[in-house]
Design a protein around this ligand. Structure first.
Ligand code: CP
Ligand code: NVA
Length: 324
């Protein structure tokens, strides 16, 4: 069973395929061409934490592809506390064709995967946000025509979003620079995983944000306090203050540099209004791309990688093939 829990487990060729398919799916969607590749499929969405972009783009994307989504609030299914993860995984596989999960602990995903009979998609954990990275990479490709050889300076926390983007960049030949306060960069566990699974140099870590953005094509940031870290908010506000993406920092980057943020933004903290609302910003194009990249991901996982689970309706002549 192939899952999508972490970009480290996706090859460069697979990642390029997903981006190519995302572009095709987006172009067809914009021309109003219907695509019903998930007809007869039911996808469960388990969210332990709040979401706008991830949940709605999955639900809308599934509906556009002719599938059905079932929203399962985390406090209702109670992963690991209402019943064991193994019992949950062995049950839910009889009802749905895939599961999208947003969880507090990445271990929840790996434990579920050990018992899952349907593909699992990581919709954000404490360790990784691979669905976000797909949209980020597509946006970089769209902004510059080609991602290869570009430079991304991530200014802020070495968190889930930064890790997944760093891995995606490493696989696609994009230089990734992380600029974080001491103690908030990439941890050893991540670096070891990266060394083992990505055949590229480790991401550079440049503590001075002004130095980090000097050659950047993209400045990227995310919140300083991620969901689940609320108790650390006061100390984080102090530590990260010199890492705000504002007009002074943007001015230190090349004139063509663009600004990305996974959203939601804490305006006035990690980014100022004039940057996120300014001409360099592409954050809503980036948010829109979540829809297209996740449709490509669903087709790839459900139709190509795990085709044994394909119901008869999907292989019939009426189904639109993913590359059409
Ligand atoms: N970027 C992102 O994952 O947004 P949501 O938390 O709103 O899903
Ligand atoms: N790093 C943030 C991303 C939200 C999309 C968090 O985990 O809360």
């Amino acid at each position: 069973m192939r899952h999508f829990l972490n970009l480290v487990d996706v090859s460069r060729e697979e990642l390029l395929h997903l981006l190519d398919e995302s572009q095709r799916i987006k172009a067809a969607h914009q021309r109003g061409i219907p695509r019903r590749t998930l007809q007869g499929r039911i996808i469960g969405l388990v969210f332990e934490k709040p979401s706008l972009r991830t949940r709605v783009s999955f639900e809308s994307g599934i509906a556009q592809l002719g599938g059905i989504s079932l929203y399962l609030p985390g406090n209702e299914v109670g992963l690991g506390w209402r019943e064991s993860l193994a019992d949950f995984a062995r049950t839910i596989g009889h009802y749905v064709d895939a599961l999208v999960l947003r969880v507090y602990h990445h271990q929840t995903l790996t434990a579920l995967a050990a018992h899952a009979s349907v593909p699992l998609i990581n919709a954000l954990s404490d360790k990784a946000h691979p669905c976000q990275a797909l949209a980020d990479l597509l946006t970089i490709r769209e902004l510059f025509g080609n991602e290869q050889g570009r430079t991304v300076a991530f200014v802020g926390d070495g968190n889930n979003v930064a890790r997944s983007l760093a891995v995606g960049c490493g696989k696609l030949g994009i230089r990734f620079i992380l600029s974080s306060p001491p103690g908030y960069g990439f941890d050893e566990h991540f670096k070891n995983l990266y060394r083992a699974k990505v055949s590229a140099e480790l991401p550079e870590e440049v503590p001075d944000p002004y130095q980090a953005v000097r050659t950047a094509d993209v400045i990227y940031t995310d919140v300083w306090t991620s969901m689940g870290q609320e108790a650390e908010r006061d100390i984080r506000l102090q530590r990260f203050a010199p890492y705000q993406v504002n007009n002074a920092l943007l001015a230190a980057a090349p004139a063509h540099c663009r600004f990305l943020h996974c959203l939601p933004a804490h305006r006035g903290e990690e980014v100022t209004d004039d940057v996120i609302d300014g001409p360099a910003s592409a954050v809503f194009q980036q948010a829109a791309n979540r829809l297209h990249t996740q449709k490509a991901l669903l087709e790839w996982l459900l139709i190509h990688q795990n085709s044994a689970t394909t119901p008869p309706s999907i292989s019939s002549a009426s189904a639109v093939t993913p590359s059409s």
